[in-house]
Write a protein that binds this ligand. Structure first.
Ligand SMILES: *[C@@H]1O[C@H](CO)[C@@H](O)[C@H](O)[C@H]1NC(C)=O
Ligand SMILES: *[C@@H]1O[C@H](CO)[C@@H](O)[C@H](O)[C@H]1NC(C)=O
Ligand SMILES: *[C@@H]1O[C@H](CO)[C@@H](O)[C@H](O)[C@H]1NC(C)=O
Ligand SMILES: *[C@@H]1O[C@H](CO)[C@@H](O)[C@H](O)[C@H]1NC(C)=O
Ligand SMILES: *[C@@H]1O[C@H](CO)[C@@H](O)[C@H](O)[C@H]1NC(C)=O
Length: 538
């Protein structure tokens, strides 16, 4: 097959998934810890954690271990866990030990597959915590690893393998981890000061690595393109239409839409920002108990355009604190959140139980489709993550200072559930590919032509075949850091024995497109994805 089929295949998304609905399943009624932060690792285990400064969780540490931290602001001796490892395959979990406070922190997976979590509050604010993906591993903390306190910051993996940590409360600057030279400090970004309003609507900025190697940073109601090597702003984008804030605490969400890679390269990148709260919403909720309707718009922009402009689209309803998750079929799932109020303790109302599918390639005006609802409100401090099997794992929701299970509007949620997009329906089993090669954890090179093998039990429609490569993200506060999807054409398809096909993929040739990391590789046939196989690009 040649690449022209690939172009054709994108236009077919228009007719795909008509009458979608999806379904829900509660996986665990309680994992004992509310999943404020979530990250899938390459061993199909999901690391989840909350904060440590509020008292006991509902999960004991193993073997009678207790955390004895005189600097904890609530319990000096705490024998409960504030982090868990959830094993997708066995639907089981185990407690993990966090020593210092990881409240409202940030994270990234480094190229070797370990989770690097940065900052938090008080005794945790300049810490880095590492978690190696292994079934007996636990958190290892590095003291004084950051130069500045990082609370509500955003991380991104860089083409050189380092992690950039952007902003945070009262920190209009960025720094890197690991440091490469002695005394390496932070670099100031005036934009992060300029976008700070009365309620600091510029926290947890939406940060994406652009295809040109610069960083796109969205905060409050506008964005810049930053050269992080020099600290210079290389482009200033227009203010979002309407001018209302979209970042924390007026929490909307954002994704870098799938990059279409042809012959190893991609010239274009688009960003989609959805929901948020109108200016003043946070203060009205906090001081007056008035819960304003959330914003009901998304704004989309080609950030690589010489004259970029936002285009506004209207969602089926208002939404604040939603998560946006890239699906392997190229669409975006908008999930979790509320219809009124703002992020912050007890400031959200009107849970939105229906996810909404955003069909990226449909014409404007026909992109949104409402999915079947869950029964569990996922308000402030909820999370979502794509799994290797194509489900979306959902957890968290705790709008309170501590764990509250009664006499509150939205009790602390310790449950985890999965949303099954319609592509997982059994009626698509004839169409769904099964990937035979590459084998799990195969290392591929930049620009390399990689042989793949997959089987399909029904008839192959080669014109509707592509691969998607997704970088699992660190989800917290309605933003998924490092979330990235690359769509690759599948070339030279030949029918091998039986129902098996061999074909070729050309990997991205540039780490600006795909920083070295572990990715989920899905084969997508007629918009029905396979289970992914893990690959590592290096
Ligand atoms: C958590 O523990 C508290 C106190 O023991 C209990 O009241 C509550 O029902 C538990 N919640 C869950 C979801 O297990
Ligand atoms: C508690 O904080 C003090 C002051 O920052 C520090 O010197 C000490 O090592 C901390 N204790 C622990 C157990 O981390
Ligand atoms: C993985 O990378 C991180 C970040 O560079 C580093 O701190 C950690 O030690 C590495 N882990 C291993 C097992 O090499
Ligand atoms: C694909 O890229 C390679 C290396 O960048 C180049 O040599 C080749 O001509 C390109 N092929 C097409 C069809 O664009
Ligand atoms: C085709 O598949 C069947 C059933 O899995 C198997 O018995 C047979 O040996 C396969 N034939 C070839 C040529 O691989």
């Amino acid at each position: 097959m040649t690449t022209k089929f690939f172009l054709l295949s994108f236009s077919l998304l228009i007719t795909a998934a008509a009458g979608a609905g999806g379904r829900w399943q509660v996986l665990q009624k309680s994992i004992g810890v509310s999943a404020m932060h979530m990250q899938l690792l390459r061993n199909d285990r999901v690391i989840m954690f909350d904060r440590t400064n509020f008292g006991k969780s509902n999960l004991s540490l193993p073997r009678g271990i207790c955390r004895r931290n005189p600097n904890d602001t609530a319990l000096k001796v705490d024998c409960t866990a504030h982090s868990v490892e959830y094993d997708v395959a066995s639907n089981s979990f185990r407690p993990l030990m966090l020593f210092t406070d990881s409240w409202c922190s940030s994270g990234s997976v480094s190229p070797n597959g370990s989770l690097v979590q940065t900052g938090g509050w008080k005794d945790g604010q300049i810490r880095v915590r590492l978690f190696e993906p292994c079934s007996t591993c636990d958190w290892v903390e590095i003291e004084s690893a950051l130069t500045h306190p990082r609370w509500y910051a955003t991380n991104h993996i860089l083409p050189d393998g380092r992690i950039i940590i952007v902003g945070g409360r009262a920190q209009p600057n960025f720094e890197f981890f690991p440091k490469i030279k002695e005394g390496e400090g932070s670099i100031t970004v005036p934009f992060l000061d300029e976008t700070k309003d009365a309620v600091e609507d510029n926290l947890y900025p939406f940060v994406f690595l652009n295809v040109d190697g610069n960083l796109f940073i969205y905060a409050n109601n506008r964005a810049i393109l930053l050269n992080y090597v020099t600290g210079e702003t290389v482009k200033t984008y227009p203010t979002i239409p309407g001018g209302d804030p979209r970042s924390y605490p007026s929490t909307g969400s954002a994704v870098l839409l799938p990059l279409k890679v042809q012959n190893g390269t991609a010239e274009e990148a688009q960003v989609l920002v959805c929901g948020g709260a109108p200016l003043g919403s946070y203060n009205k909720a906090l001081n007056k108990g008035i819960f304003l309707d959330a914003l009901n718009t998304c704004a989309r922009m080609t950030i690589t355009d010489p004259n970029p402009r936002w285009t506004l689209e209207t969602m089926p309803g208002p939404r604040v604190m939603a998560d946006m998750t890239l699906l392997p079929d190229g669409n975006v799932l908008i999930i979790n959140g509320a219809s009124q109020g703002s992020a912050g303790w007890d400031l959200g109302r009107g849970p939105v139980l229906n996810p909404v599918l955003y069909k990226t390639e449909n014409p404007a005006g026909s992109r949104f489709e409402t999915m079947n609802p869950t029964s569990i409100p996922r308000m402030y401090h909820s999370t979502a993550a794509l799994l290797r099997d194509g489900r979306v794992l959902v957890g968290g929701s705790n709008p309170h200072k501590g764990y509250e299970f009664s006499s509150v509007l939205f009790p602390t949620e310790l449950s985890v559930e999965a949303f099954y997009p319609e592509y997982l329906n059994p009626e698509f089993s004839d169409v769904r590919p099964t990937v035979r090669a590459p084998k799990s954890q195969q290392v591929v090179g930049y620009g390399q032509k990689v042989q793949i093998e997959f089987s399909i039990s029904g008839k192959l429609a080669a014109q509707s075949l592509f691969a998607s490569m997704i970088c699992p993200s660190f989800s917290t506060h309605s933003f998924s850091m490092n979330q990235r999807s690359l769509l690759l054409p599948i070339d030279n398809v030949v029918s091998a024995r039986n129902l098996t096909f061999q074909a070729q993929l050309t990997m991205p040739s540039d780490p600006n497109l795909a920083p070295s990391s572990y990715y989920l590789l899905f084969v997508v046939h007629q918009y029905i994805p396979s289970e992914a196989t893990w690959i590592r690009i290096a």
